[in-house]
Design a protein around this ligand. Sequence first.
Ligand SMILES: Nc1ncnc2c1ncn2[C@@H]1O[C@H](COP(=O)(O)OP(=O)(O)OP(=O)(O)O)[C@@H](O)[C@H]1O
Ligand SMILES: [Mg+2]
Length: 252
Amino acid sequence: MSVLEVKGIKKSFGRVEVLKGLDFSLEKGEVLSIIGSSGSGKTTLLRCLNFLETADSGTIAVNGKVIFDAASVKRLKESEIRENRLHFGLVFQSFNLFPQYSALENITLAPTLLNRGTPEEIKAQATALIERVGLSDKTDSYPCQLSGGQQQRVAIARALAMNPDILCFDEPTSALDPELTGEVLKVIRDLKNAHSTMIVVTHEMEFARNVSDKVIFMSDGVIEEMGTPQEVFLSPKSPKTKSFLSKDIEAV
Ligand SMILES: Nc1ncnc2c1ncn2[C@@H]1O[C@H](COP(=O)(O)OP(=O)(O)OP(=O)(O)O)[C@@H](O)[C@H]1O
Ligand SMILES: [Mg+2]
């Protein structure tokens, strides 16, 4: 059974159809990279998966259970939407840490609000997560005292604290200097080795090629090409994929 099964997702803003019917699935422990030019709908797709946007049609199933069906979404209670959202963890480009809380407090906040254990258990889990992203010495630091790469690693630990089935990243390194990019990508690589299921929207083609099990190239609201990194990067079928990849090589 797939961890994630997305069928027929469409989304329009006004009269502009931004997602034109997307279908894909993801198996447990797989890493899916989504690449594509600016405006192709990558962020909108992640936002639909995370219920930050409501798709106009289509279904989303997690572990075989339909958690979103555009046909019946209006009947869902706010509490059900909140519960469904917890299947996904989301890490944004711009970290979005709470500036008034320490690194540790950023990680414990959501599990505390949702009563996910005793304060001691939640703190122990957060301490383990902060160690996992290599920041044990920054537990009490505030976001303004951390580098961009460190903030992003706290954001990843924060997402992991809710034990999501699928961790989604929206260009997690594009706000970072190249020397800080590596430390964040290393954390994502380590998560893959620990069999986390992940969707990573990225412009880091090397990363997409080396770390993913599956790659989607999005163009103009459709999945133009989908396959293994070998298939998409080494023998792309679509002329649009070929053109996108050759531009990327020129840009390097
Ligand atoms: N809330 C919104 N209202 C209106 N239009 C929107 C909204 N959000 C996104 N769009 C439009 O949808 C299209 C897809 O945007 P999206 O942010 O998903 O692209 P993207 O692939 O993530 O691009 P980038 O690589 O630049 O991040 C764009 O044309 C954008 O202007
Ligand atoms: Mg985007």
